[in-house]
Design a binder for this molecule. Structure first.
Ligand code: NAX
Length: 325
């Protein structure tokens, strides 16, 4: 179609935004035939910096970029949006604990959920990247009662891609050889990458490596990757986080034949409680995700998945107590 798809991005002047916007405008998000209108939200003090980013977007002369709208008012920016990438959030500062972060960022997502509810297009798809992503998605969907909750996802695709990269390196295979890998649970250090259902050239990944490697190297490396990048780069993951955000929404919007990791509102599958947004292996059909059913989970996997789900329940209880949901 030639009607531009309206893609809203929050935190557009931030680090992730600086990678994300150019890829959206180049067609990486919605494909080479779909023009986009970018609608960019920032806090008021960041609007001048955002204008600089828009100047650079102009200077790329992307054929698919039909227009760019910027502002600090969610109801204006989300007006008619078909896709919303909620990246903007306050980073954790020194002396802030997780509860402080939940409270500070939670307020952003109550307001943005309500604004989406009021003005977004009927087909809106929302992906939350800003941390704590899973619980922020829960807050947003709870404040958008007229939008089906299935339209709210959170990002665990970066963990998925990190796990794929580590496994490919270990086995000296191409990432393309790896199928059916999935991250379960929360996007924090409790996330669980299941190698017992992952296939490498048709073989079970867990059979190709030592159990000790899975437990003592693979899982901790994926879990601590964000910290390792901050240490090496002096700044948190940005280009890889943008790439994962693109991958997730691309696969949701355009479709994929593969099993992918998506944090979605739990329907109780595999004993993960309803009322949280948790990562599952998902397939996408006709623009709708569904949780892959019928997977065998061993005791180790079940224990790790439940431990991560428990973290999400604790976060849910905290934001409930704060009156955010
Ligand atoms: P930056 O601090 O560079 O950018 C965030 C931007 O959001 C800033 O420009 C800020 O002004 C803006 N912002 C803050 N409140 C806003 C609001 N109410 N409305 C609109 N914009 C607002 O952070 P960046 O490195 O881009 O990271 C953004 C978020 O992604 C953080 O919360 C970060 O923790 C999270 N991440 C999530 C990942 C994931 O896998 N789910 C991985 C990467 C990243 O750490």
């Amino acid at each position: 179609s030639t009607t531009p798809v309206k893609v809203a991005v929050t935190g557009a002047a931030g680090q992730i935004g600086y990678s994300l916007l150019f890829r959206i405008a180049s067609g990486a998000l919605l494909g080479p035939d779909t023009p986009v209108e970018l609608r960019l939200l920032e806090v008021t003090p960041a609007l001048p910096a955002l204008e600089g980013v828009v100047m650079e977007l102009d200077d790329c002369a992307f054929p698919l970029l039909s227009s760019v709208v910027t502002g600090d008012n969610p109801e204006q920016i989300f007006d008619g949006a078909n896709v919303a990438l909620l990246v903007g959030a306050m980073p954790r500062k020194d002396g802030m604990d997780r509860a402080d972060l939940l409270s500070a960022n939670g307020k952003i997502f109550t307001g943005q959920g309500a604004a989406l509810n009021k003005v977004a297009a009927d087909d809106i798809k929302v992906l939350v990247t800003g941390n704590p992503a899973n619980t922020n998605a829960l807050i947003a969907l709870s404040n958008a009662p007229d939008i089906p909750k299935e339209r709210f996802n959170a990002l665990t695709r970066l963990d998925h891609n990190r796990a794929k990269g580590q496994l490919a390196k270990k086995l000296e295979v191409s990432v393309d050889a790896i199928k059916d890998l999935a991250i379960w649970g929360n996007h924090d250090d409790s996330m669980y990458p299941d190698l017992y259902n992952t296939k490498v050239d048709g073989k079970v990944a867990a059979d190709l490596v030592d159990e000790a490697w899975i437990k003592d190297e693979f899982i901790p490396t994926v879990a601590k990757r964000g910290g390792a990048i901050i240490k090496a780069r002096g700044a948190s993951s940005a280009a890889s986080a943008a790439a994962a955000t693109i991958d997730h929404m691309h696969d949701w919007y355009v479709g994929t034949d593969e099993i992918v990791s998506m944090s979605v509102p739990s329907d109780g599958s595999y004993g993960v409680p309803e009322g949280i947004v948790s990562s599952f292996p998902c397939r996408v059909k006709n623009g709708q995700w569904e949780i892959v059913q019928g997977l065998e989970l061993n005791d180790f996997s079940k224990e790790r998945i439940m431990a991560s789900a428990k973290r999400l329940e604790d976060e849910r209880d905290q934001v409930k107590q704060l009156g955010l949901i």
